[in-house]
Design a protein around this ligand. Structure first.
Ligand SMILES: *Cc1c(COP(=O)(O)O)cnc(C)c1O
Length: 408
């Protein structure tokens, strides 16, 4: 037997079934018209943002990293909850424009921004987090042609990393950001060129569950921001401190203690070096805000035995939930939290392998999992599906096509 990841808080049983935002899995599947589907809980997203706000100092704004989940209704909901958005492509700029977001509170990071994307962002008044010297020069010349004053910040490749981070995005050679030592010269160049100087973006990593690691990275971030401001020769108007708040996916993972993170950050913010005293701060989070609020529901199409093992074969799979299959940046495959949604309150009685419908051995949703008895027609729930699910999976593979999505 292999353990399953922990089912996030906020889900319960209704008439024996899994309920999401008070609606049963079978009702939601019926409402969608077909399976598989992603269901995102509005209540859980709102609760998450509220508890984060309560933990963080008032001076630290909350931005949503659209990359985690760009579903239109989620963007519209987030627009009422958060203070800003971080995008990483021209396509995401179109999505947030369609969701009615005020583009003055948007910043655009990401390597390899094309001229057409830079032009769209500059004309919309989006802040560019510059990833290199040459990108800075391209942005300045595009802005000049537009007769527009660009809003420019510099993304720093920090000289430290976020410990225990699932994905390291700083420390050493990286395609992201400008090496810290080169930032002051570039900042002075951008300011001298007449751009609206927006400050620094310092993102050190993702998916950390240790409060101590986040606290340490935030302290390093503030120290680096102060050091760079001194070297630039003046205060920075804005500092995007990155994020990196993780969520528990696997057995043994413990949730991040955001109260501890917020308390430590409050102390630091109350005791900033003079050069940062007027700087505005934000953190940018994706998965922490939406990951646990999403469930992938897929229906069992076949049940079979092979060499003594039971297989539940579903109509979903890695083409919608690549990460749960273990093929999105994991070294060792471990089980996500998975349940039989149709029998959510039943006792687990048998060991099964839950797989997808794709003709590849990579298409696994749960290995050797202890679950209640399930039959053809029952629904399986894969939790932690609110981030890097629908939009981060190869839905065209094998001609399958995308899953339905619902904000309930
Ligand atoms: C991916 C990314 C994020 C969001 O990461 P999460 O782990 O989803 O919080 C934030 N900022 C930048 C720059 C990113 O590349």
């Amino acid at each position: 037997m292999k353990p399953l990841g922990p089912i996030p808080l906020g889900y319960n049983a209704l008439d024996g079934e899994l309920a999401i935002s008070g609606k049963t899995a079978s009702d939601l599947a019926e409402r969608a018209g077909s399976t598989p589907l992603f269901v995102y809980s509005r209540d859980l997203i709102c609760d998450r943002v509220a508890s984060l706000r309560a933990a963080l100092p008032d001076r630290v704004a909350i931005h949503y990293a659209v990359k985690a989940n760009p579903f239109g209704p989620i963007l519209e909901q987030m627009n009422e909850l958060v203070d800003g958005f971080d995008i990483a492509s021209g396509g995401e700029l179109d999505l947030i424009s369609a969701a009615g977001v005020d583009l003055a509170k948007v910043s655009f990071a990401g390597p390899g921004k094309r001229d057409i994307e830079l032009a769209a962002a500059i004309s919309a008044g989006v802040t560019l987090n510059l990833e290199s010297e040459s990108e800075a020069r391209r942005a300045l010349s595009i802005a000049e042609r537009q007769g527009k004053r660009p809003r420019l910040a510099i993304r720093v490749n920090p000289d430290f990393e976020l410990r225990g981070s699932g994905m390291k995005m700083g420390g050493g050679a990286k395609p992201f950001g400008v090496d810290a030592e080169w930032v002051p010269d570039l900042a002075r160049e951008v300011i001298a060129a007449g751009a609206e100087w927006r400050g620094l973006h310092i993102f050190a990593g993702s998916q950390a569950l240790s409060a101590d690691a986040i606290i340490e990275a935030q302290a390093n971030t503030l120290a680096l921001a102060a050091r760079l401001s001194e070297a630039i020769g003046g205060p920075i108007p804005h500092c995007n401190m990155g994020g990196g708040f993780g969520i528990p996916y696997f057995a043994g993972d413990e949730p991040l203690d955001i109260v501890a993170v917020g308390a430590a950050l409050s102390e630091r913010i109350a005791d900033l070096p003079d050069i940062l005293s007027d700087t505005q701060f934000c953190i940018e989070l994706g998965r922490f805000l939406v990951g646990e609020a999403g469930v992938y529901l897929t229906r069992i199409v076949d049940r079979k035995q092979s060499h003594g093992e039971t297989y539940l074969i579903t109509d979903g799979g890695l083409h919608h939930q690549l990460a749960a299959s273990g093929n999105f940046g994991t070294v060792v495959r471990r089980n996500y939290p998975v349940a039989i949604a149709s029998h959510f309150s039943a006792e687990p009685v048998e060991e099964v392998n839950v797989v997808g419908c794709l003709c590849t051995p990579l298409d696994r949703l749960a290995d050797k999992a202890l679950l209640p008895r399930a039959e053809v027609g029952d629904l399986v729930a894969v939790f932690c599906a609110g981030a890097y699910g629908a939009s981060a999976s190869p839905s065209a593979f094998l001609g399958q096509g995308p899953a339905k999505e619902i904000l309930a």
